[in-house]
Design a binder for this molecule. Structure first.
Ligand code: ZN
Length: 296
């Protein structure tokens, strides 16, 4: 059964008790625009609210899992919705750092925390590149199955920001490897990710879908409530170590970086580290925003 009422993803029940969400912007390497993030949140909600669903798979169409946030999005201000998450009480009237922080609390850290805490097991199936914001889709999932061509990178230090908004790097990699990933911007391959405990399995690309389903099947026969309690207990270990406060600290530094870049470069990131095509797209976006008089 395939649900067709999403534009940027496919929601389906490939077999009983398993919901699968497939990101479906392969022509843009599944870059995340605002619409995709809201649709993904709605799809996770649908699976969470469906009593028949016991395991949720997040997969992606095309060569790459996700290239991260869609920096060429031209209507992000217009697409901003009323906030759904607690603590981001900022309406359409706010501007500057206040608006930027509220937006990112909503669609980045807010959604990622929400997805991390879905009371059902979630599995990400990752192929190809998983870059920056792409990590913020894979990491909130409980388990990750990677294909042998998968790689994971957060290159945003090159853009004048100290890591993506949902700062889970240390939890995933340990402090030393997290520093290496962020300082160098280099990608971690699937086999290295496996050794670091960042992914659960590495399988040949053509077996990714079936291997993920096989893992989901093993879990789907277990008690739903026992799975929920197990997830709460394990996530609670990280929370007891202060993950939440550390995450907020990193997020506030991230906002400081955006504000600094806006003052120095006139945009939220330092453009000197960007590929030329992205730089041009962002310049066009800025020009469009200037013409439209939009502050965000
Ligand atoms: Zn940001």
């Amino acid at each position: 059964m395939t649900e067709s009422d999403f534009k940027t993803l496919i929601y389906e029940i490939p077999e009983p008790h398993i919901a699968r969400i497939r990101l479906n912007r392969p022509d843009r390497a599944n870059a995340q625009d605002t619409e995709l993030l809201y649709e993904l949140n709605a799809a996770f909600d649908r699976a969470a609210h469906d009593d028949e669903v016991r395991v949720i798979i997040l997969a992606a169409e095309g060569k790459h899992f996700s290239a991260g946030h869609d920096l060429s999005e031209t209507d992000s201000a217009g697409a901003m919705r009323r906030h759904q998450t607690v603590g981001t009480m900022c309406g359409f009237g706010c501007a500057g750092a206040e608006a930027q922080m509220a937006r990112e609390e909503e669609i980045y850290t807010g959604f990622c925390e929400r997805w991390r805490n879905i009371p059902k097991p979630t599995i990400a199936a990752v192929q190809g590149k998983c870059i920056a914001g792409g990590l913020m889709l894979a990491w909130p999932c409980d388990l990750i199955v990677a294909s042998d061509d998968a790689s994971f990178a957060d290159p945003v230090v090159s853009f004048g920001v100290g890591g993506v908004e949902w700062f889970q790097h240390v939890q995933e990699l340990g402090a030393r490897k997290a520093k290496e990933m962020l300082f160098t911007g280099e990608a971690i391959g699937a086999e290295d990710a496996l050794k670091l405990g960042m992914v659960n399995q590495v399988v040949p690309r053509e077996q990714l879908s079936e291997a993920t389903l096989a893992l989901a099947r093993k879990i789907a026969v277990k008690s739903r409530f026992a799975l929920k309690m197990t997830k709460l207990a394990i996530n609670g270990v990280a929370d007891a170590s202060g993950r939440d406060i550390a995450m907020k600290n990193a997020f506030h530094l991230h906002q400081l970086a955006h504000t600094h870049n806006l003052k120095v470069f006139g945009m939220l990131i330092d453009p000197t580290g960007l590929p030329e095509a992205t730089r041009k797209a962002m310049a066009a976006r800025l020009a469009a925003l200037d013409a439209g008089g939009t502050a965000n």
